[in-house]
Design a protein around this ligand. Structure first.
Ligand code: OAD
Length: 238
């Protein structure tokens, strides 16, 4: 059965561009991480097996920078929508800036820097590390080396079914700061209802998905205006 759209529900699909103005790099823009670093070496199970110390160092630096960064106007505006809407954020980001801006319902598809996990399968134990580094020799209680709780290329994304259902039941869908090039996360836009209001915010976009209105520019400038508009629409409807 087709899930029912909930008129008061907003789903935000976010990517690294929403944190760009907090000083965190994106992945594929000119100064993006994957233009300076090799994802094959640093974000894959094979890279981890070849040189775990390099992988830990890379993510330790990411974790420290994300911990020091502050939420920007876009994160705060998204959090403000909760005063009038049911809001679910489905993010590809591994930072915690949405939560730190006050958002209460954040689904992380690609894991979180603030956690480490053991390397046993299938259900390794997770530990909260916040901004602290993970060292070689630091072990899970099952005796395996700790690694970042990040989804690497070739690994299964987390919470996908839950995310799909949220998108399908939203009356408004905001896609912000993602190039929509990494699957399956990018495929979530296809689950948005035909009747949903659909907006995409980014600096550049090669292809805007069908049904989406493209607002080109910085998230910290565009999202606050959009959130103010959506909040005013609730008040008019009341
Ligand atoms: P990308 O680097 O692929 O895309 C960033 C998007 O953000 C682009 O569309 C930019 O135009 C936009 N952007 C940049 N600065 C912006 C700003 N100030 N305001 C608004 N938009 C801005 O990053 P993602 O789509 O997030 O996965 O990348 C997806 C995944 O690829 C990541 O989660 C990561 C990476 O490999 C893993 O590490 C598993």
């Amino acid at each position: 059965m087709k899930p029912q759209v909930q008129p008061n529900k907003i789903v935000v699909l976010s990517g690294s561009g929403v944190s760009a103005e907090s000083g965190l790099p994106t992945f594929r823009d000119a100064k993006g991480l994957w233009n300076s670093y090799s994802w094959q070496e640093l974000a894959s199970p094979e890279g981890w097996h070849r040189h775990p110390e390099a992988v830990l160092a890379f993510y330790n630096e990411r974790r420290q920078k994300a911990w020091q960064a502050q939420p920007n106007a876009a994160h705060l505006a998204i959090a403000s929508l909760e005063s009038a809407y049911e809001v679910v954020i489905v993010t590809q980001n591994v930072d915690a800036l949405h939560e730190r801006a006050g958002s209460r319902n954040v689904v992380h598809l690609h894991g979180q820097l603030a956690y480490a996990r053991g390397t046993s399968e299938p259900e390794p134990k997770r530990y909260r590390v916040d901004g602290d580094p993970i060292a070689m020799g630091q072990l899970c209680e099952d005796g395996t080396q700790l690694r970042p709780d990040i989804v690497w290329f070739g690994e299964a994304v987390q919470h996908f079914d839950e995310a799909e259902e949220h998108v399908a039941t939203a009356a408004r869908v905001l896609v912000v700061g993602t190039s929509l090039t990494v699957y399956p996360a990018a495929s979530l836009v296809q689950y948005a209802d035909r009747t949903a209001q659909k907006v995409l915010v980014a600096l550049d976009m090669e292809e805007v998905p069908r049904g989406f209105t493209f607002l080109q520019g910085k998230a910290a400038e565009i999202v606050p205006a959009l959130a103010a508009k959506w909040l005013s629409e609730v008040r008019v409807a009341e």
